[in-house]
Design a protein around this ligand. Structure first.
Ligand code: ATR
Length: 284
């Protein structure tokens, strides 16, 4: 009999995750046996749950909020990329050894290259936000040739920390607060603008991002928020004549990389996207 991959996602909460639908759809299309379950694990139970997957026979896990950093203490090995990001979103069990990887930065860069046909190397990139998602994105951009990053965050200290991390890794990065007087200019002179904050997400703060008047034709504007698929930022960018890229592609490519690590099979990105659009209630 063919192997059944036993996979899942740990988070707290995990109810809204698209990962179970994403991976079971990919498995059906690929023709492999795969179970993918959501596990709501409160922080206090994290260590025990992760250590036990050696006995419970789980082959791999995705890790989401709030466990991406804390889970690192319970693994045997961390990939260079996950170490650089300082967080793990994918666990791979190899016998009794647990390997931690991070596919978020890969997912972001791949969505730009494959879906927007823009290579971030050599580009000036304006990033809203300095939280966990921004860390993964900046770590991936920081190792690309000639990227010039400007990180703007409501809490400027977090942007400064992230810019310092990038600079220490040999990349070019500066930090700005939302009240900086050159904010509009920095948006206007960027090639790529990325929102990594929860602003625009359904059910979250209805605040607007600052300095959007700087957006113009010739730029690529990316939102990693995918609920709704067309965020207020992307709508505004389209009106200004900029190109846009939605956050569902980043989600798909990070999942694709995890799927390929676990199963060594290619991930069917296009049909999975159609399935996820239906799941989100978005028309194709
Ligand atoms: P994630 O892991 O999704 O990145 P996070 O680490 O909690 O989540 O980071 C959330 C990001 O969204 C931060 O950059 C946060 O800004 P602060 O560092 O100033 O908190 C940003 N964010 C969340 N709500 C916001 C709001 N209403 N206005 C502006 N920025 C907001």
């Amino acid at each position: 009999m063919e192997k059944t991959f036993r996979l899942g996602i740990i988070g707290h909460p995990v109810g809204h995750s698209l990962s179970p639908v994403m991976h079971t759809t990919a498995a059906q299309i690929t023709g492999i046996n795969l179970e993918y379950d959501p596990y709501d694990v409160p922080p206090i139970n994290l260590g025990r749950f992760v250590r036990n997957i050696r006995e419970t026979g789980i082959d791999g896990l995705n890790v989401t909020v709030p466990h991406k950093v804390a889970v690192m203490d319970h693994l045997d090995e961390i990939t260079v990329e996950a170490e650089r990001i300082g967080a793990v979103n994918t666990i791979l069990r190899e016998g009794s050894r647990l390997l931690g990887a991070n596919t978020d930065g890969y997912g972001f860069v791949t969505s730009l290259v494959e879906n927007a046909k823009v290579n971030p190397a050599g580009k000036k990139i304006f990033i809203y936000g300095a939280g966990g998602a921004a860390r993964a994105i900046c770590a991936a951009l920081g190792v690309m040739d000639g990227v010039e990053a400007v990180i703007a965050n409501r809490t400027v200290g977090k942007a400064e920390e992230l810019a310092a991390r990038m600079t220490a890794a040999g990349a070019s990065a500066t930090a700005l607060g939302y009240n900086a007087n050159n904010l509009v200019d920095s948006v206007n002179t960027a090639d790529i603008i990325v929102n990594t904050t929860s602003v625009g997400m359904k059910g979250f703060a209805s605040d607007a991002l600052p300095a959007l008047e700087g957006i113009r034709q010739g730029q690529l504007v990316v939102d990693i928020v995918y609920r709704p698929l067309v965020t207020p930022l992307l709508r505004r960018a389209a009106v200004a004549g900029a190109d846009t890229l939605d956050g569902l592609w980043m989600l798909i490519h990070q999942g694709a990389k995890s799927f390929e690590l676990w199963t060594e099979r290619e991930f069917p990105a296009n049909p999975v996207r159609e399935r996820l659009l239906r799941e989100l209630g978005e028309t194709i």
